[in-house]
Design a protein around this ligand. Sequence first.
Ligand SMILES: Cc1cc2nc3c(=O)[nH]c(=O)nc-3n(C[C@H](O)[C@H](O)[C@H](O)COP(=O)(O)OP(=O)(O)OC[C@H]3O[C@@H](n4cnc5c(N)ncnc54)[C@H](O)[C@@H]3O)c2cc1C
Length: 608
Amino acid sequence: MSFGKPPTVPTQFQIYDSYAEDPKWQITFTKIWCGCLAAAVGLSAPRFLRAVRRRRAHVDLFGVRDDSGRAYESVTQLREFPRPKSKFSEMLAGILRMLGSVLLWSPLGVGLDVGQIIVCAGYIATVVCCIFIKAPLVDNPNRAGFLAIAQFPVVFLFATKNSVLSLLLGPGHGYDKLNYIHRWAGRGMFIGAVVHGALWIRNHLQYNLAILSQQKEGSGVAALAVLCLLVLLSLRPARLYFYQLFFYLHVMLYVAFFITVCYHTTYAPPWIFPPLAFYGLDIFMRILRYRIKDATLIPVDNQMTLIRIHDCDGGYLGGQHIRLRVFFEGRVFESHPLTIASAPPVISCLPSRDILLGARVKGDWTRALARYAQAEHTRLSASVIDEKDGAETGVPVQVMVDGPYGGCSLDLGERESVLLAAGGAGVTFTLGLLDDIVGRIARTGRARGERTRRIEFVWCIRSFGCIEWFTPQLMAIANAAAMPGAGLDLHFSIFVTCLCDPEAVPPIPNMRVTVERPSLRILLRNFAASSTYLSVENLAVEGRASPSSDEDLKNESRAPWSGKGGVAVCAAGPENFTREAHNAVARIALSESRRVGGIALHTETFAM
Ligand SMILES: Cc1cc2nc3c(=O)[nH]c(=O)nc-3n(C[C@H](O)[C@H](O)[C@H](O)COP(=O)(O)OP(=O)(O)OC[C@H]3O[C@@H](n4cnc5c(N)ncnc54)[C@H](O)[C@@H]3O)c2cc1C
């Protein structure tokens, strides 16, 4: 006996089963962001693989090493030139580069470039679509809540300092570069929670139901309140002016949010496991990479304290940063990011096995460090300097190193021309890169196929005295670059904005000091324009060592200066300085990119 098909309820009379439908949207959302991440990893794979071949990927995986005697490994198969491309593929690459340069444009007051704005807008649009599409939100606002908790993995993936994603994306994609997605994912979560909470509160008011009576409602309101606090206290002014307070409250509030959300809904726990896994990996990696080291503080002047961390032979690259705890005056709980201004000893032009850091006085911690270093230096100097015959001495301390993290996303050795531009303390970043690239060329003889021929080092500072912060290092690097056979044109342009104490200019070779605030756009335009015309002969005219021996000439023929070998621009400093660099590259790359073989940019802003 057959009963036939059961009758189906017309769609308009079907009751929306939120607990069956909404989890599907969580999965859709998860598939979308995972798909986008997979695409990003795929797109960065060629660059990542190049870094692996050049042995510059994940050198920092297990932290700073102390193993003097390890030799620099050359990569001979990279010495040959890239195969010439067909005219069509060259034209296509040029057009893509030009279009890509638009993404670098950085509007005032946003703190993001166009590429990042597109990523954030895409993310928020995806969240909003997943919340609103086919959802009877007014009657049943659960979808928004489901979408809020589905964002836990994104928020944590982009928050952890050691993330799987940074490992997959390769050099230069540290937590500091990905952190903006963490902030926007947090805002996406906030949108979901507010829509969910506000509409439920409205429904309770409309049907006269108590809001705080039961565990479900009470924990929901508590979770929403905690999330509101989290978002408010993470706004830019809080991060800028009260960083330590922001940090500790942030940690306490997200733990409170986890707990209240788990009380609120049994659907939350599965979404909390991935964050716990990400966080667990982060802690594990940190434990692997923590080092307690002897260090020396050198107070250069009342604005800058140099920190030398001793016996660091590898496991880092110049331009990466570490999070440093200095054990002084009981400040053991504070760690601050500082950039490594020197390359590892096997490459570095500087004669030491130290990591060199420079802490510019900014706020509470850096000021206390400078004061401590100066006071201790004065106290120790009489006895210690006498004993050591006047040699440069400092204040011995112990430090705890966490990292290294981040670094430059460009391999400068892949470009013929390099422009390094720094504003103020940003010089620690560009100096680290300079030491690295000059060392790779002059000390290791371009062992990994480095193609760089010309470097312009631009530094904008307030007073002439600032040059002294790093005079010995700049001197040593300039001398290494001038070694016969290096085939490298290194030029320093220092721009000073105050007319005080011009006698303080040290005699660094190939350095020009100008009293003005430069336009990065004009600097870059001139630099890019001359790259085609400068040749090895020009180096001799400018008083630089030109290739002389047969061996040198052979080197030249292995890496002729085509003027089309690409320009790398790296800029570090305050936000308005790096924004100017973004806009300069976006503008100039539009017209010059094809002619010079592409202009690539990496910027480093010393704020989170
Ligand atoms: C990736 C990175 C690399 C940096 N490298 C250098 C460097 O080489 N030399 C140098 O002089 N400065 C560097 N800075 C800036 C330096 O970390 C801050 O100047 C320092 O932490 C200020 O601490 P403070 O207590 O003296 O000042 P505060 O007044 O407390 O802070 C000043 C600013 O520094 C930021 N900041 C403070 N504490 C932290 C922290 N723990 N983590 C992240 N940001 C913080 C805040 O955005 C704040 O606006 C770097 C910053 C970052 C993010």
